[in-house]
Design a protein around this ligand. Structure first.
Ligand code: AHM
Ligand code: MG
Length: 333
């Protein structure tokens, strides 16, 4: 097994290509350290009284879990003072979070979903943290929402940490995807999955089937064909998985292939989907593409979408190339 720690990996990358500026390296190390702290809280669960509802709602009107709030707070606190960031934005906060005046400001913007899949916390199923790093537009010292509204192609780094049977951090700087497993004995993330690649073909799909009657025709058609099995147009049997934690779903797909779908829903035509573009869709699309997969909203690359607002929603089809290309083609027909 490899003994390259995250710190060593980052320093070696920086030396090799000069591709990771020191401020960005510091930022990623800080995020990793914070994820370690979140991992401890998640894994202690009821022992430290962190399960259950916080009794508050977030900007999207969703009930917050205690751990949503804890994870958000530790990410904000840890990233305020380091000097790499100009501002942060989170699923849990309506507006961007400014860097307090006593600290130096840096050139990056950080966006995160502090604890994705939090409906799973109380039942002891994997959850995760998702993050995206953008450059702050030049000359901007007090970033506002408008400064965050950059398409996913401009991301300089993205990653997620999955808090599952193992805690794993998966990262990209636009130069491949690398996975690190948290060694709980010595507290470091160790490179265990270099150059992760999404298999191009798959026999596994993930979608919340209970919403079937609300899907658009191309999604109905695509899933009907998957369900038809060996005698249908696809000529093979497909297996289904639904964890209800996007991080766990994406992680499974990177390891063994698959397609993940969260289409838009006819019940609320004003919404493009359930998931959020800037801190769920974009970082995951960046990672999936860097691992050789495809990510679209059914019509275009997720990374090409010009966001109109911070908490914008997006329909998501991502994973193995063959499948995502097929369902995207059905949308065009
Ligand atoms: P969250 O950010 O409020 O946790 O919601 C996002 C999650 C995703 O992780 C997951 O894919 C989806 O919501 C599950 O939705 P559903 O409740 O329809 O199963
Ligand atoms: Mg989320």
């Amino acid at each position: 097994m490899s003994h390259t720690t995250l710190s060593r990996f980052l320093i070696e990358q920086q030396r090799k290509q000069g591709s990771i500026p020191p401020e960005l390296r510091f930022l990623i190390e800080t995020i990793a350290r914070t994820c370690k702290a979140i991992s401890h809280s998640v894994h202690k669960g009821a022992l430290s009284g962190v399960l259950g509802e916080a009794g508050t709602g977030n900007v999207q009107g969703e009930a917050q879990k205690k751990l949503d709030v804890i994870a958000n707070d530790v990410l904000l606190e840890a990233n305020e003072w380091g000097g790499s960031l100009a501002a942060m934005a989170s699923e849990e906060m309506e507006l961007p979070h400014a860097i307090p005046g006593e600290y130096p400001k840096g050139e990056y913007l950080l966006l995160f979903d502090p604890l994705d899949g939090s409906s799973n916390i109380d039942v002891n199923i994997s959850v995760g943290t998702i993050f995206s790093v953008l450059r702050c537009p030049e000359g901007v010292t007090q970033p506002t929402e408008a400064d965050f509204l950059q398409p996913g192609t401009t991301q300089v780094a993205a990653g997620y940490t999955v808090y599952g049977p193992q805690t794993m951090l998966v990262l990209t700087f636009g130069n491949g995807v690398h996975g690190f497993t948290l060694d709980r004995e010595n507290g470091s993330f160790v490179l265990t999955h270099p150059d992760m690649r999404v298999p191009e073909a798959t026999k596994e799909f993930a979608i919340n089937m209970s919403n079937m009657r609300h899907w658009e025709a191309p999604v109905q058609r695509y899933v009907d064909e998957l369900l038809a099995g060996t005698t249908g147009p696809r000529g093979k049997d497909f297996n289904m998985r639904w964890v209800a934690s996007m991080v766990a779903e994406v992680h499974r797909i990177i390891i063994r292939g698959g397609i993940f779908m969260y289409p838009k829903d006819a019940r609320d035509p004003s919404k493009a989907g359930k998931l959020r573009l800037m801190y769920e869709g974009n970082p995951m699309a960046f990672i999936i593409e860097q691992a050789g997969g495809v990510a679209t909203n059914g019509h275009q690359r997720i990374l090409d979408i010009q966001p109109a607002k911070l908490h914008e929603r997006v329909a998501v089809f991502l994973g193995s190339k063959e499948e995502v290309e097929l369902v995207t083609r059905y949308h065009a027909e």
